[in-house]
Design a protein around this ligand. Sequence first.
Ligand SMILES: C[S@@+](CC[C@H](N)C(=O)[O-])C[C@H]1O[C@@H](n2cnc3c(N)ncnc32)[C@H](O)[C@@H]1O
Length: 220
Amino acid sequence: MAHLIMADQNRSSSAASKRILERAYALKTPDEAKALYGDWAVSYDQHLEQGLNYIAPACIAQILDNVLADRTASILDIGCGTGLVGAYLVGHGYSAIDGLDFSAEMLNQARSKQIYQKLLPGDLNTVLDIPDQTYDAGISCGTFTHGHVKADALDEILRVLKPGACFACTIHREVWQSAGFDSKFAQLMASGVAELESMNEQPFYENAPDDGRFCVIRRL
Ligand SMILES: C[S@@+](CC[C@H](N)C(=O)[O-])C[C@H]1O[C@@H](n2cnc3c(N)ncnc32)[C@H](O)[C@@H]1O
């Protein structure tokens, strides 16, 4: 009987997770996104990890690990949310990790995990309160997606990275063109601001079709 109750609970948790993901993919504006994450912060990890088998944080942390040998490197986790990516980075042996997010509720969840040295409130669609050339690397997972961040945020992200630093990020396939990431990448490469290290299409969720791009760009 206990296993039937568990199976039932898992099914309803998975259905709730799918409903909230549909809400996330229907977002049109950053204000709508902020409201969603305010509501979602406490149950986010459970919905993403147990309900949806979210593998993107593990994958992007591995991709950064492939290009960043220095375990003492300072890393900014951009759109850090509750800290899923930070936890994988710690698993790879990094320790100098800061997180940035515009949702106070998501930052509170991240704070409780004691992964990050600093947690910075900040909106990626504005100028960030971070000096030029601060970080040895950047990482971002699930933040370049529907109604979240404009492609011009890449200028600001690259500004706070040191020359030679890598930025590993996911970009959802449905915003790659519509939010201008394709042309922004082309512009950054053509102007000599950054170079493309790698780009692959992969699933964000276990056993799903390819949800988007996993990219590494290097600031020149
Ligand atoms: C799908 S969650 C991803 C969180 C975490 N990186 C992960 O993979 O679990 C997207 C995160 O981006 C943040 N975010 C969305 N738009 C933002 C913006 N304009 N500025 C800063 N953070 C933003 C949200 O608050 C949320 O925590």
